[in-house]
Design a protein around this ligand. Structure first.
Ligand code: NAD
Length: 357
C-alpha cells in the first residue's frame, strides 16, 4: 500500500526529530512492504519568515489531500512578540479546525526502563503505567458562548459556557470505544454529572454507546475523583474519555506521572481516519540543531499514525518494541539521562531505533 504523509518539521528541534522519524518510517516501509510518500510543508515561525503567515494556504491544501499529517513543533523566541493571531501557534489551531480534528489522543506510557523518572512510589507504579486519554477537542467551554456583563451580582461579570450536543458526544465516545477495542477493553468516562447538566447528557450518551461494545467495560467517574485516582492508583485506567477542559487538565496530569516530556506522543483525529500526529513537547529552541533532542516522542507519534490512521498494528508494534529495546539497552538522550546509562544524540537514537526494527 502507498500512504501520503504531509510532514511539517516546523521550528526549533522540529526538523531534527522529523528527519529521524522519516528514516524510521522508511525502514518500516522497507521491512513490511509499504510505500510512504512524504511531502514537506511549512507551518509556524518558518512559514511566517518565508510566506508572511503561520499557516499558508498551500500547507492546508497538502494536508487536506494527504492520508495523514506528521508535525514536529512550532514557535520560538524570534516570533514571541507578534500579536496573538499572527503567532506560530495559530498554525496548530488552524490545522485542527480545517482538518476537523475532534479527538485528541494522549497516551501516558511509563517504560519499565524509565521507572525512576516517575514521581510516584514504586509500589504504585508496579511494572509500568499505560493510559490513553481521549479528549474532546473542538467543543465544550473552550468554544462555547462567552462574554462580559456590567450588571453581575457583585459588579462586572464574565462567563463561559459548557455545551455539548448528542452528536459531539457520540463521535468522541465512539473514538474512545474503538481505541479500547485495540487495547485492554476498558473505558473510564470522566464528567461532573453530580453538578453539570452537560455532564448528565455526556454520561447518558456514553452509556448508550457502550451497548454497541459489549466486550468493553465502561465506568463513570467524577473529575475530582479522577484527579485523585490518577496519582493514587493509575494502573486502574486503560482508556479515559472526557471533555475538552477536563481532558486538557487530566492529560497533563497523566503525562507528568510518566516522567520525560521528550517521550510523549499525541494524535488528533478527524472523521474517516485522517489525523495529525505530533509530540506533546514544544520546539525546545535551547537545543535546536545541536543533535541533542530526544526523537522518541515523534517516532512513537508516527507509530500512532500507523495504528490509528492506517490500521497497521503490527508495524506500530514494531516501532514501539524497538524503542523499548533501545531503552532497555540503556541508551538515553540528555533529557532522560541518568547514571550508568549511555548518552546518545538525536541521530544516533534514531539509528538505534532503526537497527532494532
Ligand atoms: P518545550 O517543550 O519546547 O521545552 C521545555 C523544556 O523541555 C526545554 O528545556 C527543552 O529543551 C526540553 N525539551 C522539550 N522537548 C525535548 C526533546 N524532544 N528532547 C529533549 N529535551 C526536550 O517548551 P517551551 O520551552 O515552553 O516552549 C518553546 C517553544 O515551543 C515556544 O515557542 C512554545 O510556544 C512552543 N511550543 C510549541 C508546541 C507545539 O508545537 N505543539 C507545544 C508547546 C510549546
Amino acid at each position: 500500500m502507498k500512504y501520503n504523509i504531509a510532514t511539517i518539521p516546523g521550528d526549533g528541534i522540529g526538523p531534527d526529530i522529523i528527519e529521524q522519524t522519516i528514516l524510521v518510517l522508511e525502514k518500516v516501509g522497507q521491512k513490511y512492504g509499504h510505500e510512504f510518500d512524504f511531502t514537506e510543508v511549512l507551518a509556524g515561525g518558518c512559514a511566517i519568515d518565508a510566506k508572511g503567515e503561520p499557516l499558508p494556504k498551500e500547507t492546508v491544501e497538502v494536508c487536506q489531500k494527504s492520508d495523514s499529517v506528521l508535525l514536529g513543533a512550532v514557535g520560538g523566541p524570534k516570533w514571541d512578540n507578534l500579536p496573538g493571531d499572527a503567532r506560530p501557534e495559530q498554525a496548530l489551531l488552524g490545522l485542527r479546525s480545517v482538518l476537523g480534528l475532534f479527538a485528541n489522543l494522549r497516551p501516558a506510557l511509563l517504560h519499565n526502563a524509565l521507572k525512576d523518572a516517575c514521581p510516584l512510589k514504586p509500589e504504585i507504579v508496579g511494572d509500568g503505567i499505560d493510559i490513553m486519554v481521549v479528549r474532546e477537542l473542538t467543543g465544550g467551554i473552550y468554544f462555547g458562548d462567552r462574554g462580559r456583563r456590567a450588571e453581575g451580582k457583585m459588579g462586572e461579570e464574565a462567563y463561559d459556557t459548557e455545551a455539548y450536543s448528542v452528536g459531539e458526544i457520540k463521535r468522541i465516545a465512539k473514538a474512545a470505544f474503538d481505541i479500547a477495542m485495540k487495547r485492554n477493553k476498558k473505558v473510564t468516562s470522566i464528567d461532573k454529572a453530580n453538578i453539570l447538566e452537560s455532564s448528565r447528557l455526556w454520561r447518558s450518551v456514553v452509556t448508550e454507546m457502550a451497548k454497541d461494545y459489549p466486550e468493553v467495560s465502561l465506568e463513570h467517574m467524577y473529575v475530582d475523583n479522577a484527579a485523585m485516582q490518577l496519582v493514587r492508583d493509575p494502573k486502574q485506567f486503560d482508556v479515559i474519555v472526557t471533555t475538552n477542559m477536563f481532558g486538557d487538565i487530566l492529560s497533563d496530569e497523566a503525562s507528568m506521572i510518566t516522567g520525560s516530556i521528550g517521550m510523549l506522543p499525541s494524535a488528533s483525529l478527524g472523521e474517516g481516519g485522517l489525523g495529525m500526529y505530533e509530540p506533546i513537547h514544544g520546539s525546545a529552541p535551547d537545543i535546536a540543531g545541536q543533535d541533542k533532542a530526544n526523537p522518541i516522542a515523534t517516532v512513537v507519534s508516527a507509530a500512532m499514525m500507523l495504528r490509528y490512521s492506517f490500521g497497521l498494528d503490527k508495524e506500530a508494534d514494531a516501532i514501539e518494541a524497538a524503542v523499548t529495546k533501545v531503552l532497555d539497552q540503556k541508551y538515553r538522550t540528555g533529557d532522560i539521562m541518568s547514571s550508568g546509562m549511555k548518552m546518545v544524540g538525536t541521530n544516533e537514537m534514531g539509528r538505534l531505533i532503526i537497527e532494532n526494527i
